[in-house]
Design a binder for this molecule. Sequence first.
Ligand code: FES
Length: 103
Amino acid sequence: RAVSVRLCAVGDIAEGEILRVDLEDGRALAVYHLEGAFYATDDLCTHGDASLAEGEIEGCNILCPFHLGSFDIRTGEPTGAPCSVALRTYAVTVEDGEVLLAS
Ligand code: FES
């Protein structure tokens, strides 16, 4: 069975909010609570040096705090200029009140 990495507790992120999680291997992820489900992407915007966890959720999109480009949180696809390179997304599962990275 694959080992899952714990990201946070379900209660750590309110609906419509984002949490930055720094993993032990140095990766920084943005974890989103969107319409009852959890999603994770790289925290770093693909357009510049911005932390997406500092951005705003609008519908299913994350708006970057720097130039207000956007990505679809569920797929990582760019949805608003100047973002043009897809964001890496990660599979997330919820088990016993914990949000886990499916590895
Ligand atoms: Fe994110 Fe420019 S750094 S849109």
